[in-house]
Design a protein. Structure first.
Ligand SMILES: C[S@@+](CC[C@H](N)C(=O)[O-])C[C@H]1O[C@@H](n2cnc3c(N)ncnc32)[C@H](O)[C@@H]1O
Length: 170
């Protein structure tokens, strides 16, 4: 019995480690997430307010959208992994933000981003590079993009070094 539990533990740990190197557009993509402190810093650097429509591309468990909703903003979370979609939806319900946040199970490359006033991304550089032409084509002038950890090839408006947040404005 104990041996079986240890074996299951080792297998789960190996799967978790494997998820760190899995391609970012697969449901096994990294389980790295934005914590509450960073999510609050995102709202601060982007000056998020009640008029904002936020698109969180690869929203994970929805932490950034939940924080943004506390500032009155509306949010659309686009997430490819069904498990994370489920977790994000449960968190939206738990926080009673059903009227503010929609979580969509989809590939963000297939979604129209033109209604966004703010884009939030925590994605690997390769994916950000692939998204750039879409940003340039679809985002309206003045849209703020906040990228956690990784750079986007756009003129940098502001950098929060402590929280590794970069702000770009289209
Ligand atoms: C590094 S995690 C960040 C999760 C969340 N944004 C956070 O900060 O906590 C990247 C997320 O993007 C999702 N993802 C990657 N490629 C995607 C795609 N093409 N469409 C939708 N979601 C995607 C992954 O499933 C994963 O949840």
């Amino acid at each position: 019995m104990l041996f079986n539990l240890i074996l299951i533990g080792i297998i789960l740990f190996l799967l978790f480690m494997l998820s760190m190197v899995w391609p970012p557009d697969s449901p096994w993509a990294p389980w790295w997430r934005t914590n509450k402190k960073t999510a609050k810093a995102i709202c601060k650097i982007a000056k998020i307010n009640s008029k904002d429509v936020i698109y969180d591309l690869g929203c994970g468990d929805g932490e950034a959208l939940l924080q943004a909703a506390k500032f009155g903003a509306s949010g659309i979370g686009i997430e490819i992994d069904p498990l994370r979609v489920l977790i994000a939806n449960l968190r939206v319900i738990k926080n009673n933000f059903q009227n503010k946040i929609t979580i969509k199970k989809s590939n963000f490359f297939n979604e129209d981003l033109s209604k966004a006033s703010v884009i939030i991304v925590y994605l690997v550089p390769k994916t950000l590079e692939k998204l750039l032409p879409k940003f340039k084509k679809e985002l309206k002038k003045g849209t703020r993009i906040i990228s956690y950890k990784y750079e986007i090839n756009l003129p940098l408006k502001s950098f929060d070094k402590q929280n590794q947040l970069r702000l770009y404005v289209i």
